[in-house]
Design a protein around this ligand. Structure first.
Ligand SMILES: Cc1cc2nc3c(=O)[nH]c(=O)nc-3n(C[C@H](O)[C@H](O)[C@H](O)COP(=O)(O)O)c2cc1C
Length: 353
């Protein structure tokens, strides 16, 4: 058991708080088969076996990011994760992956208990294949109507991710999505993601009916995370206001919104868009070709930052909760901090005196 750093409340209050938290996320813990319903949100290039195993070993629920991995590498990552933890963990698959069926097959063959289907609305067929194999499926729900559709398709749980989150995001904030969706979805566990920096807000979402919370940004500077030291330094220096959404200049050329720390690449992307717009206006480039160029601009850029440490030209995907990342710390320490904050807020309630 983690020793809580709750002060100044007494032992009785601490125990009451711990029991209360246990009750609040019991459904999430039961579903995920873990001690604390804190999911380590999959982050491409970041959430590899070391970080995933560390999160699960600390009582949370680690999720491997398969990103653009080919199927054989995913199989290796799963095996490496298993060599580091006996606890349960999940695999995140991007539904637009060209080898989607192969990745799903690897998860089934490797007896993965939970798969998160991300990056667009998953097909009914993908869900059915996984369900038939007994895999629990977690889907993203960026609106109530989609939440209901995902459940109809067979999703066993949902993640609501607001636009405070790092990486690819939707237009609506976490707090608004939580108000929109939580009161209406009772038949499956719902996990909240985006902008969660401390235990206090986790308690609020649990009290609103969530079964747990998913955090990405807070785990990037974990000691166990293999991201390049310069990538981590950028997070430690970053404030909430530096984690900005990629801007679109011309409605004819849509930009997929991504939240990342502002750097040289952010400016280069704006200049690149201006150049594409000029070439379209001058009749030198068709709209669809220009669109393709814009979509390709960021290809490989997350790897450049996370793996190579090129924090000027790579993509520094990060959520607004980056302001809570102050130093490198072990996953266990990060979990202790989040749990301590949650226990403190619950333990300090007048009703416990
Ligand atoms: C660097 C980075 C990469 C990410 N990659 C993925 C991904 O591959 N698949 C996915 O579903 N979400 C991805 N996310 C989102 C996280 O899984 C998680 O939901 C999000 O970080 C939660 O919000 P937070 O950053 O405010 O904690 C990524 C986020 C970051 C910061």
């Amino acid at each position: 058991m983690i020793s809580p750093t709750i002060s100044p409340i007494d032992d009785t209050r601490t125990e009451v708080a711990m029991d209360h938290l246990k009750g609040l996320w019991a459904r999430g813990c039961e579903f995920l088969q873990c001690e604390y319903a804190i999911l380590g949100g999959a982050m491409t290039w970041v959430s590899e076996h070391n970080l995933v195993a560390a999160i699960s070993n600390a009582g949370g629920f680690g999720i491997l990011a398969s990103g653009a991995m080919p199927a054989d590498i995913l199989r290796e990552e799963i095996k490496k994760t298993r060599s580091k933890t006996k606890k349960s963990f999940g695999v995140n698959i991007i539904t637009l992956h060209p080898q989607l069926d192969d990745l799903i097959q690897v998860c089934i063959e490797e007896s993965i208990s939970h798969v998160v289907l991300a990056g667009g609305v998953p097909s009914k067929q993908s869900i059915e294949i996984l369900k038939k194999a007994g895999v629990k499926i977690i889907c993203f729900a960026p609106a109530l109507v989609l939440a209901k559709r995902m459940i109809q398709y067979g999703a066993d749980a949902l993640v609501i991710e607001g636009n405070e989150a790092g990486g690819h995001i939707g237009p609506v904030s976490t707090s608004v999505l939580a108000q929109e969706i939580l009161p209406h979805i009772k038949n499956v566990p719902v996990f909240i993601a985006g902008g969660i920096g401390c235990g206090d807000i986790m308690v609020s979402y649990l009290e609103m009916g969530a079964s747990g919370c998913q955090l990405g940004t807070r785990f990037v500077c974990a000691t166990e995370c293999q991201a390049h030291p310069d990538f981590k330094k950028a997070f430690m220096k970053g404030a909430a206001r530096h984690a900005v959404v990629s801007s679109q200049i011309d409605p004819r050329l849509p930009v997929i919104p991504v939240r990342a720390l502002h750097n040289m690449a952010t400016e280069d992307f704006m200049n690149f868009q201006r150049e594409m717009i000029k070439r379209v206006d001058d009749g030198l480039l068709g709209l669809s070709e220009a669109q393709m160029e814009i979509e390709h601009f960021w290809a490989g850029s997350l790897r450049k930052a996370v793996v190579d440490g090129d924090i000027d030209h790579g993509s520094l995907m990060a959520g607004q909760s980056v302001g809570f990342v102050k130093k490198e710390a072990s996953v266990q320490e990060i979990m202790n901090e989040l749990l301590g904050q949650a226990w403190r807020i619950l333990g300090s309630r007048a009703s416990y005196s």
